[in-house]
Design a protein around this ligand. Structure first.
Ligand SMILES: O=C(O)C(=O)Cc1ccccc1
Length: 310
């Protein structure tokens, strides 16, 4: 049996479409799962080599189920990311008219991307969340709802037809997906990489978040995502999910992680991996004083000072 990748299913999700853009997916068995936690659990318990799940979209920010799963439980690591442009189709059973639609369903992350369209075209329908957009289509096929927002490609799989296509409140809406596996050595740096971590503050004090961010700022490390998530320990208790530019093998990133490790209660490393759609030559050069070479020279100089050989 080939190694398998679990993904947010059923067949016909945007997640599946994004996964199939990865060359390595062609040599794996792709196994649809009912939810993001189920896909990640399949990795944790060794049933799947990796899981492919949505993590962020450009309209609403982080997909909280995924972030919360990566923040807690047995540690996992991100190895790849994929960006997919998303527009929705309104899928119905054949012969359904727009005026007959009373109920509509889709994944919760779809709602902010179709809200204005719904207000204009389906003002009085009842929205209910589905486990994924393709699962919504499946529920329409079963007769549980009148319509589903999903990828147009899901229609044929579930015996539905697109009543409307190209639905998107925001131009260029994109969703980011990640391939997640058990912890192992990160892939070698490509020159256009990203590092994901989770931080827990040691204590609550004025400027606490600024102290964390200062560790990135003084080493010239750019942030790409900052999302707070409740720790569950009471109102006001948050951890921070952060994506930073660069690879853990870059000295400025490694030194930032060391700085954070010293001042945080806990740091969880979620991986260093290639940025989707960005070439190394398009990444700005390191700010003055933050290149690998400058870090190495500075640390050699301190060693010489400690030896009295400066
Ligand atoms: O992959 C899907 O189809 C999902 O249900 C997740 C999702 C939700 C909204 C936009 C893109 C992906």
């Amino acid at each position: 049996m080939p190694a398998s990748y679990a993904y947010l299913g059923p067949e016909g999700t945007f997640t599946e479409v994004a996964l199939r853009t990865l060359p390595e997916a062609a040599t794996r068995e792709l196994v649809p799962m009912v939810s993001v936690p189920a896909a990640l659990d399949a990795v944790r318990n060794g049933e799947a080599e990796a899981a492919f799940v949505p993590i962020e979209n450009s309209v609403e920010g982080g997909i909280t189920t995924t972030l919360d799963e990566l923040v807690a439980g047995e540690p996992l690591m991100i190895y790849r990311e994929v960006l997919l442009s998303i527009t929705f189709a309104l899928l119905v059973r054949p012969d359904t008219k727009l005026s007959e639609i009373k109920t509509v369903t889709a994944h919760p992350a779809a709602q902010p991307q179709v809200r204005n369209w719904m207000k204009a075209n389906l003002p009085d329908v009842v929205w209910e969340s589905a486990a994924s957009n393709a699962d919504g289509a499946r529920l329409v096929q079963e007769g549980r709802y009148d319509a589903a927002f999903a990828g147009e490609f899901a229609a044929a799989k579930y015996g539905l037809v697109p009543l409307e296509t190209g639905i998107h409140d925001a131009e260029n809406a994109q969703t980011r997906f990640v391939l997640v596996g058990r912890p192992a050595r990160p892939a070698a740096p490509t020159g256009a990489d990203k590092t994901s971590i989770v931080l827990w503050q040691r204590d609550d004090h004025p400027g606490g978040l600024r102290d964390l961010l200062g560790e990135f700022a003084v080493r010239g490390v750019n942030l790409m995502l900052l999302q707070s998530r409740p720790t569950g320990a009471g109102i006001g208790n948050y951890c921070f999910c952060i994506d930073a530019e660069g690879h853990i093998s870059d000295r400025r990133v490694a030194e930032t992680l060391m700085g954070l490790k010293r001042i945080c209660l806990q740091v969880r490393f979620l991986g260093s991996y290639p940025r989707a759609g960005v070439r190394a030559e398009d990444v700005p050069t390191a700010l003055p004083g933050t290149s690998d070479d400058e870090f190495v020279k500075a640390s050699d100089w301190v060693a010489r000072c400690q030896d009295g050989r400066f």
